[in-house]
Design a protein around this ligand. Structure first.
Ligand code: SAM
Length: 299
Protein backbone atom coordinates (compact mmCIF):
# COMPACT_ATOMS: atom_id res chain seq x y z
CA UNK A 1 0.00 0.00 0.00
CA UNK A 2 1.34 3.49 -0.83
CA UNK A 3 0.99 5.13 2.51
CA UNK A 4 1.60 8.87 2.71
CA UNK A 5 4.50 9.77 5.00
CA UNK A 6 3.20 9.90 8.53
CA UNK A 7 5.02 11.29 11.50
CA UNK A 8 6.53 8.48 13.57
CA UNK A 9 4.20 7.75 16.48
CA UNK A 10 5.59 8.00 20.00
CA UNK A 11 6.86 4.58 21.00
CA UNK A 12 5.98 2.75 24.19
CA UNK A 13 9.05 1.35 25.92
CA UNK A 14 11.29 2.80 23.19
CA UNK A 15 9.81 0.58 20.46
CA UNK A 16 9.14 2.27 17.15
CA UNK A 17 7.23 0.74 14.28
CA UNK A 18 8.82 2.08 11.11
CA UNK A 19 6.77 2.84 8.02
CA UNK A 20 8.37 -0.10 6.21
CA UNK A 21 7.63 -2.57 9.00
CA UNK A 22 4.07 -1.21 9.30
CA UNK A 23 3.49 -1.70 5.58
CA UNK A 24 4.92 -5.23 5.65
CA UNK A 25 2.75 -6.26 8.62
CA UNK A 26 -0.32 -4.53 7.14
CA UNK A 27 0.23 -6.54 3.95
CA UNK A 28 0.25 -9.85 5.88
CA UNK A 29 -2.93 -8.82 7.73
CA UNK A 30 -4.63 -7.88 4.47
CA UNK A 31 -3.72 -11.17 2.79
CA UNK A 32 -4.75 -13.21 5.82
CA UNK A 33 -7.96 -11.44 6.84
CA UNK A 34 -9.02 -8.94 4.17
CA UNK A 35 -8.63 -6.21 6.78
CA UNK A 36 -7.17 -3.05 5.30
CA UNK A 37 -4.99 -1.01 7.66
CA UNK A 38 -4.47 2.52 6.34
CA UNK A 39 -1.31 4.49 7.21
CA UNK A 40 -3.20 6.30 9.97
CA UNK A 41 -3.38 3.02 11.93
CA UNK A 42 0.40 2.89 12.51
CA UNK A 43 0.24 4.20 16.09
CA UNK A 44 -2.57 1.76 16.88
CA UNK A 45 -0.63 -1.17 15.45
CA UNK A 46 2.49 -0.12 17.35
CA UNK A 47 0.71 -0.01 20.70
CA UNK A 48 -1.35 -3.18 20.15
CA UNK A 49 1.61 -5.26 18.97
CA UNK A 50 4.06 -4.08 21.64
CA UNK A 51 2.72 -6.84 23.91
CA UNK A 52 3.42 -9.46 21.22
CA UNK A 53 7.05 -8.35 21.06
CA UNK A 54 7.26 -8.58 24.83
CA UNK A 55 5.63 -12.02 24.83
CA UNK A 56 8.11 -13.24 22.22
CA UNK A 57 11.13 -11.56 23.84
CA UNK A 58 11.92 -9.70 20.61
CA UNK A 59 13.99 -6.54 20.65
CA UNK A 60 12.25 -4.57 17.91
CA UNK A 61 9.54 -4.56 15.27
CA UNK A 62 12.01 -5.59 12.56
CA UNK A 63 12.46 -8.94 14.30
CA UNK A 64 8.72 -9.29 14.73
CA UNK A 65 8.13 -8.49 11.06
CA UNK A 66 10.70 -11.14 10.05
CA UNK A 67 9.00 -13.72 12.27
CA UNK A 68 5.57 -12.97 10.80
CA UNK A 69 6.74 -12.75 7.18
CA UNK A 70 8.58 -16.07 7.46
CA UNK A 71 5.18 -17.66 8.21
CA UNK A 72 7.08 -20.24 10.23
CA UNK A 73 4.62 -19.83 13.11
CA UNK A 74 0.99 -19.62 11.95
CA UNK A 75 -0.15 -19.24 15.56
CA UNK A 76 1.74 -15.96 15.83
CA UNK A 77 -0.17 -14.61 12.84
CA UNK A 78 -3.41 -15.54 14.62
CA UNK A 79 -2.27 -13.80 17.79
CA UNK A 80 -1.24 -10.71 15.83
CA UNK A 81 -4.66 -10.55 14.16
CA UNK A 82 -6.33 -11.08 17.52
CA UNK A 83 -4.37 -8.16 19.00
CA UNK A 84 -5.43 -5.88 16.13
CA UNK A 85 -9.09 -6.72 15.60
CA UNK A 86 -11.97 -5.50 17.67
CA UNK A 87 -14.19 -8.10 19.32
CA UNK A 88 -16.81 -5.71 20.65
CA UNK A 89 -20.24 -7.32 20.75
CA UNK A 90 -23.25 -7.70 23.04
CA UNK A 91 -26.42 -9.74 23.48
CA UNK A 92 -29.21 -8.76 21.08
CA UNK A 93 -27.02 -6.08 19.51
CA UNK A 94 -28.95 -4.27 16.76
CA UNK A 95 -32.22 -5.48 18.24
CA UNK A 96 -34.20 -4.93 15.03
CA UNK A 97 -32.46 -7.95 13.50
CA UNK A 98 -33.64 -10.21 16.31
CA UNK A 99 -37.17 -8.71 16.14
CA UNK A 100 -37.24 -9.53 12.43
CA UNK A 101 -35.86 -13.00 13.12
CA UNK A 102 -38.49 -13.80 15.75
CA UNK A 103 -41.43 -12.17 13.94
CA UNK A 104 -40.81 -12.86 10.26
CA UNK A 105 -38.17 -15.54 9.76
CA UNK A 106 -38.15 -18.13 12.53
CA UNK A 107 -41.89 -19.00 12.58
CA UNK A 108 -41.71 -20.50 9.07
CA UNK A 109 -38.33 -22.14 9.64
CA UNK A 110 -39.45 -23.73 12.89
CA UNK A 111 -42.65 -25.06 11.30
CA UNK A 112 -40.37 -26.74 8.79
CA UNK A 113 -38.23 -28.18 11.60
CA UNK A 114 -41.32 -29.49 13.43
CA UNK A 115 -42.32 -31.23 10.20
CA UNK A 116 -38.93 -32.99 10.14
CA UNK A 117 -37.04 -30.47 7.99
CA UNK A 118 -33.57 -29.03 8.43
CA UNK A 119 -32.81 -25.49 9.61
CA UNK A 120 -29.33 -24.01 9.57
CA UNK A 121 -28.13 -20.62 10.81
CA UNK A 122 -24.64 -19.12 10.84
CA UNK A 123 -23.09 -16.44 13.01
CA UNK A 124 -20.03 -15.59 10.90
CA UNK A 125 -17.61 -13.53 12.98
CA UNK A 126 -19.26 -14.51 16.28
CA UNK A 127 -16.64 -12.95 18.57
CA UNK A 128 -17.24 -13.99 22.20
CA UNK A 129 -20.60 -15.65 21.45
CA UNK A 130 -23.23 -13.07 22.37
CA UNK A 131 -24.58 -13.09 18.79
CA UNK A 132 -25.07 -16.87 18.31
CA UNK A 133 -26.50 -17.20 21.85
CA UNK A 134 -28.96 -14.41 21.02
CA UNK A 135 -29.96 -16.43 17.93
CA UNK A 136 -30.31 -19.62 20.00
CA UNK A 137 -32.39 -17.91 22.70
CA UNK A 138 -34.64 -16.46 19.99
CA UNK A 139 -35.16 -19.97 18.60
CA UNK A 140 -35.92 -21.41 22.05
CA UNK A 141 -38.43 -18.65 22.87
CA UNK A 142 -40.53 -19.85 19.92
CA UNK A 143 -39.65 -23.52 19.99
CA UNK A 144 -38.43 -24.95 23.32
CA UNK A 145 -38.16 -28.39 21.67
CA UNK A 146 -35.63 -27.12 19.10
CA UNK A 147 -32.69 -29.07 20.60
CA UNK A 148 -34.56 -32.28 19.67
CA UNK A 149 -35.19 -31.11 16.08
CA UNK A 150 -32.77 -30.66 13.16
CA UNK A 151 -32.00 -27.04 14.05
CA UNK A 152 -28.36 -26.01 14.28
CA UNK A 153 -26.41 -22.77 14.56
CA UNK A 154 -22.83 -22.60 13.34
CA UNK A 155 -20.74 -19.94 15.11
CA UNK A 156 -17.32 -19.10 13.68
CA UNK A 157 -14.54 -16.59 14.20
CA UNK A 158 -10.90 -16.45 13.12
CA UNK A 159 -9.74 -15.68 16.65
CA UNK A 160 -9.33 -18.84 18.76
CA UNK A 161 -9.31 -16.81 21.97
CA UNK A 162 -12.81 -15.41 21.44
CA UNK A 163 -14.13 -18.76 20.20
CA UNK A 164 -12.98 -20.40 23.46
CA UNK A 165 -14.77 -17.69 25.47
CA UNK A 166 -17.88 -18.19 23.37
CA UNK A 167 -17.85 -21.93 23.86
CA UNK A 168 -17.57 -21.51 27.65
CA UNK A 169 -20.90 -19.62 27.60
CA UNK A 170 -20.18 -17.77 30.85
CA UNK A 171 -20.75 -14.02 31.07
CA UNK A 172 -20.90 -11.24 33.66
CA UNK A 173 -24.45 -11.13 35.03
CA UNK A 174 -24.60 -7.46 34.01
CA UNK A 175 -24.16 -8.42 30.33
CA UNK A 176 -27.22 -10.64 30.60
CA UNK A 177 -29.35 -8.26 32.67
CA UNK A 178 -31.36 -6.76 29.79
CA UNK A 179 -32.36 -9.72 27.65
CA UNK A 180 -35.70 -9.18 25.85
CA UNK A 181 -38.62 -10.29 28.03
CA UNK A 182 -39.78 -13.05 25.71
CA UNK A 183 -36.41 -14.85 25.73
CA UNK A 184 -35.24 -14.21 29.30
CA UNK A 185 -37.10 -17.00 31.13
CA UNK A 186 -34.70 -19.89 31.73
CA UNK A 187 -32.03 -18.37 29.47
CA UNK A 188 -29.29 -18.41 32.10
CA UNK A 189 -28.32 -20.02 35.36
CA UNK A 190 -26.27 -18.22 38.03
CA UNK A 191 -22.68 -19.38 38.31
CA UNK A 192 -22.60 -21.00 41.76
CA UNK A 193 -18.88 -20.35 42.13
CA UNK A 194 -19.18 -16.66 41.29
CA UNK A 195 -22.48 -14.78 41.71
CA UNK A 196 -21.21 -12.00 39.45
CA UNK A 197 -21.42 -14.42 36.49
CA UNK A 198 -24.12 -16.49 34.79
CA UNK A 199 -24.08 -19.40 32.35
CA UNK A 200 -26.14 -19.71 29.22
CA UNK A 201 -28.68 -22.54 29.54
CA UNK A 202 -27.76 -25.95 28.18
CA UNK A 203 -30.58 -25.99 25.62
CA UNK A 204 -29.16 -22.88 23.92
CA UNK A 205 -25.64 -24.27 24.03
CA UNK A 206 -26.79 -27.55 22.47
CA UNK A 207 -28.01 -25.71 19.38
CA UNK A 208 -24.62 -24.17 18.59
CA UNK A 209 -21.37 -25.56 17.11
CA UNK A 210 -18.40 -23.26 17.61
CA UNK A 211 -15.48 -23.36 15.15
CA UNK A 212 -12.36 -21.32 14.41
CA UNK A 213 -12.69 -20.20 10.80
CA UNK A 214 -11.13 -17.43 8.75
CA UNK A 215 -13.85 -16.29 6.35
CA UNK A 216 -11.22 -15.71 3.68
CA UNK A 217 -10.12 -19.33 3.71
CA UNK A 218 -11.95 -22.39 2.41
CA UNK A 219 -15.15 -23.29 4.23
CA UNK A 220 -15.18 -26.95 5.21
CA UNK A 221 -18.94 -27.40 4.86
CA UNK A 222 -21.47 -27.45 2.05
CA UNK A 223 -24.79 -26.84 3.77
CA UNK A 224 -27.35 -24.22 2.89
CA UNK A 225 -27.96 -21.53 5.47
CA UNK A 226 -31.46 -20.19 6.05
CA UNK A 227 -30.08 -17.31 8.12
CA UNK A 228 -26.61 -15.74 8.18
CA UNK A 229 -25.51 -13.01 10.55
CA UNK A 230 -22.24 -11.44 9.46
CA UNK A 231 -22.32 -8.18 11.32
CA UNK A 232 -19.56 -5.69 12.03
CA UNK A 233 -16.99 -8.04 10.49
CA UNK A 234 -16.39 -6.69 6.97
CA UNK A 235 -16.17 -3.11 8.16
CA UNK A 236 -12.38 -3.03 7.71
CA UNK A 237 -12.30 -5.20 4.56
CA UNK A 238 -11.54 -3.60 1.22
CA UNK A 239 -14.52 -3.46 -1.18
CA UNK A 240 -13.32 -6.36 -3.34
CA UNK A 241 -12.84 -8.73 -0.39
CA UNK A 242 -16.21 -7.70 1.05
CA UNK A 243 -18.05 -8.30 -2.23
CA UNK A 244 -16.33 -11.68 -2.67
CA UNK A 245 -17.62 -12.63 0.77
CA UNK A 246 -21.21 -11.56 -0.04
CA UNK A 247 -20.96 -13.65 -3.23
CA UNK A 248 -19.75 -16.69 -1.32
CA UNK A 249 -22.56 -16.30 1.22
CA UNK A 250 -25.07 -16.03 -1.63
CA UNK A 251 -23.81 -19.37 -2.99
CA UNK A 252 -24.62 -20.92 0.42
CA UNK A 253 -28.15 -19.52 0.72
CA UNK A 254 -31.37 -20.64 -1.00
CA UNK A 255 -33.62 -17.93 -2.40
CA UNK A 256 -35.76 -16.45 0.37
CA UNK A 257 -33.02 -16.89 3.00
CA UNK A 258 -32.05 -13.94 5.19
CA UNK A 259 -28.71 -12.27 5.82
CA UNK A 260 -28.05 -9.56 8.41
CA UNK A 261 -25.06 -7.22 8.17
CA UNK A 262 -23.67 -4.57 10.52
CA UNK A 263 -25.14 -1.10 10.97
CA UNK A 264 -22.54 0.55 8.73
CA UNK A 265 -22.40 -2.26 6.15
CA UNK A 266 -24.41 -2.70 2.94
CA UNK A 267 -24.82 -5.27 0.18
CA UNK A 268 -24.96 -3.10 -2.91
CA UNK A 269 -23.31 -2.29 -6.23
CA UNK A 270 -22.18 -5.19 -8.40
CA UNK A 271 -23.31 -7.84 -5.91
CA UNK A 272 -26.56 -6.03 -5.04
CA UNK A 273 -28.68 -8.27 -7.31
CA UNK A 274 -27.92 -11.29 -5.08
CA UNK A 275 -29.91 -9.89 -2.17
CA UNK A 276 -33.02 -7.71 -1.86
CA UNK A 277 -33.21 -5.23 1.05
CA UNK A 278 -35.64 -6.45 3.76
CA UNK A 279 -35.39 -3.82 6.48
CA UNK A 280 -32.49 -2.09 8.18
CA UNK A 281 -29.28 -3.85 7.08
CA UNK A 282 -31.29 -7.04 6.50
CA UNK A 283 -31.48 -8.71 3.09
CA UNK A 284 -33.30 -11.62 1.45
CA UNK A 285 -31.53 -13.87 -1.03
CA UNK A 286 -32.93 -13.42 -4.54
CA UNK A 287 -32.96 -16.04 -7.28
CA UNK A 288 -29.99 -14.45 -9.06
CA UNK A 289 -27.21 -17.04 -9.37
CA UNK A 290 -23.86 -15.89 -7.92
CA UNK A 291 -21.13 -15.34 -10.53
CA UNK A 292 -19.13 -18.56 -11.01
CA UNK A 293 -21.55 -20.29 -8.62
CA UNK A 294 -19.70 -18.46 -5.85
CA UNK A 295 -16.64 -20.68 -6.37
CA UNK A 296 -14.34 -18.29 -8.18
CA UNK A 297 -14.25 -16.04 -5.18
CA UNK A 298 -12.64 -18.52 -2.80
CA UNK A 299 -9.03 -17.70 -2.05
C1 SAM B 1 -16.67 -6.44 16.11
S1 SAM B 1 -16.75 -8.20 16.21
C2 SAM B 1 -18.46 -8.45 15.74
C3 SAM B 1 -19.14 -9.54 16.56
C4 SAM B 1 -20.62 -9.75 16.24
N1 SAM B 1 -20.77 -10.22 14.89
C5 SAM B 1 -21.41 -8.50 16.48
O1 SAM B 1 -21.79 -7.81 15.52
O2 SAM B 1 -21.66 -8.16 17.64
C6 SAM B 1 -15.88 -8.66 14.71
C7 SAM B 1 -15.38 -10.10 14.72
O3 SAM B 1 -15.01 -10.45 13.39
C8 SAM B 1 -13.90 -11.31 13.47
N2 SAM B 1 -13.22 -11.32 12.16
C9 SAM B 1 -12.55 -10.32 11.55
N3 SAM B 1 -12.04 -10.72 10.38
C10 SAM B 1 -12.43 -12.02 10.22
C11 SAM B 1 -12.20 -13.01 9.21
N4 SAM B 1 -11.47 -12.75 8.12
N5 SAM B 1 -12.71 -14.25 9.40
C12 SAM B 1 -13.44 -14.53 10.51
N6 SAM B 1 -13.68 -13.65 11.50
C13 SAM B 1 -13.20 -12.40 11.35
C14 SAM B 1 -13.05 -10.71 14.60
O4 SAM B 1 -12.17 -11.68 15.13
C15 SAM B 1 -14.13 -10.27 15.58
O5 SAM B 1 -14.38 -11.24 16.58
Amino acid sequence: MNAPAVQAPPAAAGLLLSEQDFEALAKVIHVETGIFMPAGKRALMQSRLAKRLAARGLKDFREYRELVESRSEPDEIGLMISALTTNITRFFREAQHFDDLRENVLPGLLDRARAGGRVRMWSAGCSTGEEPYSMALSVLALCPEAPRLDVRILATDLDPVVVATAEAGRYPASALANLPEDVAAGATTPDKADPGFARICDSARKLISFRVLNLLHDWPFHGRFDVIMCRNVVIYFDAETRDRLWTRFAAMQPSGARIYVGHSERIAGEVGALYAPSGITAYTRTETPPPGGGRSISK
